[in-house]
Design a protein around this ligand. Structure first.
Ligand SMILES: Cc1cc2nc3c(=O)[nH]c(=O)nc-3n(C[C@H](O)[C@H](O)[C@H](O)COP(=O)(O)OP(=O)(O)OC[C@H]3O[C@@H](n4cnc5c(N)ncnc54)[C@H](O)[C@@H]3O)c2cc1C
Length: 384
């Protein structure tokens, strides 16, 4: 049986990143990936442009039962060092390679991994069993390792090899998995008032509301669909409502125009003899103006203006894991140390999305994948 110092299960964002760091060492490493290529999901990130971090980095952007540990892992400033290239941030702080190609990030890591003499890459190899010792089984083959890193991702978008089966590999050592939810995902809502809006994209200020309290507002695109709403702003808000039954989304249209201005515009149209259904014509896209006029039962300009700013939709769930970018929940953080090592099995480590950590939209999830891999590298190589 072939023996390694380190076996990494999962050749996605965090697994490849860790292997790239290990390529500069003498540690004999196995990188085992169930898909036929490394970093398939990484190559699809940011609409193919690779939004790998955010300059507005803060632990507040993450959801986890261990916020202090997350903050501690994130404070490492050198996460982008292994990527050779030039990076730029957009107006929302989202960091991209200047060539705007996510696949260039994968290539950058893969080049280091493939050139390293100390790393064996196994592709098309799903680890189906991990036994004490450690002995790993895949494709009827077995290898052993002194240390194992579970970098097998979450449950979002199984076409990238992440179907959630890997949690069981940790559970056999006593680890628990929290309840899992899809996040960064389209929302199903009541559709009665938006049936006529299918396909319309509008810029608005969207707010997630739960038990009457606003949780998070986000300015951006909202796209109306036959099941509910999609778009950048909705993806961000989905993080706040995915685990909350009875949440609502408030859409405030014309975010740069005040209610008083909208009311006086409506009044002018009323005085000019416009049909009721046209009182928001020219000010909003026609079908949206009409939907708001159908929804508002009053003819008072100030009530109509208020409806423009308070278009509520009740959430009925999400489109699910097949559409989500990330998984809420994962391996319970109480079972891992500050080095992301198992509290139950020495030598077993975790990094990336498999842990109970997920971030908002905007580069936060890849940043976590890389910084948690860096933490594991420091622990196993520099022996923190
Ligand atoms: C379409 C899309 C776009 C996204 N865009 C962004 C973005 O712009 N910015 C951002 O920050 N985040 C983005 N994300 C989220 C981000 O890609 C993930 O959070 C990140 O890839 C997680 O890294 P990971 O290494 O934990 O898991 P993954 O990258 O998912 O890698 C896990 C790997 O483990 C393999 N694996 C699983 N089980 C086994 C097993 N038993 N044996 C062997 N291999 C196994 C899988 O095949 C997979 O390749 C996006 C996600 C999606 C789906």
């Amino acid at each position: 049986m072939k023996h390694y110092d380190i076996a990494i299960i999962g050749g996605g964002a965090s697994g490849c990143y860790l292997a790239a760091l290990l390529s500069d060492t003498e540690r004999k490493t196995a990188l085992i990936e169930s898909c036929d290529r490394l970093g398939r999901k990484l190559s699809a990130t940011g609409n193919g442009q690779g939004n790998l971090s955010n300059i507005l980095m803060s632990a507040d952007k993450y959801f986890s039962s261990a916020p202090e540990l997350v903050a501690d892992v994130l404070c490492d400033q050198s996460v982008l060092d292994p990527f050779l290239g030039i990076f730029e941030a957009d107006e929302k702080g989202r960091v991209y390679p200047t060539g705007r190609r996510a696949s260039s990030l994968t290539d950058s890591l893969r080049r280091k991994i493939e050139r390293a003499e100390n790393i064996d890459v196994y592709l098309g190899a799903e680890v189906t069993s991990l036994a004490h010792g450690f002995v790993l089984t895949f494709n009827g083959e077995q290898i052993s390792a002194d240390k194992v890193v579970l970098a097998a991702g979450g449950k979002a978008q199984k076409q990238f090899g992440t179907d959630g089966k890997a949690y069981a590999l940790a559970e056999r050592f006593g680890h628990k998995t929290t309840k899992l939810y899809p996040s960064l995902v389209q929302l199903k809502t009541d559709t009665e008032n938006i049936k006529t809006l299918k396909g319309l994209r509008v810029d608005c200020l969207a707010t997630a509301i739960y038990e009457g309290k606003p949780l998070r507002s986000c300015r951006g695109d909202v796209i109306f669909t036959d099941y509910g709403v999609s778009g950048n702003a909705i993806f961000t808000l989905s993080s706040y409502v995915t685990d909350k039954i009875g949440a609502e989304i408030n859409l405030s249209f014309l975010p740069d125009v005040g209610e008083r201005e909208i009311a006086s515009d409506v009044e002018r149209k009323q005085n000019a003899g416009y049909e009721r259904s046209e009182w928001l014509a020219c000010t909003l896209p026609n079908q949206l103006g009409r939907a708001i006029m159908r929804r508002c039962k009053s003819d008072k300009p100030e009530d109509i203006a208020r409806t423009v700013k308070n278009f509520r939709l009740s959430c009925k769930g999400t489109l699910g894991f097949d559409y989500a970018q990330v998984t809420r929940g994962g391996i319970e953080m109480s079972g891992v140390s500050y080095n992301l090592e198992s509290e139950y099995e020495r030598g077993l480590y975790f990094c990336g999305e498999i842990l109970d950590v997920d971030g908002e939209c905007g580069g936060y999830n890849l940043h976590w994948a890389f910084s948690s891999a860096k933490r594991v590298f420091d622990a196993i190589y520099l022996r923190r």
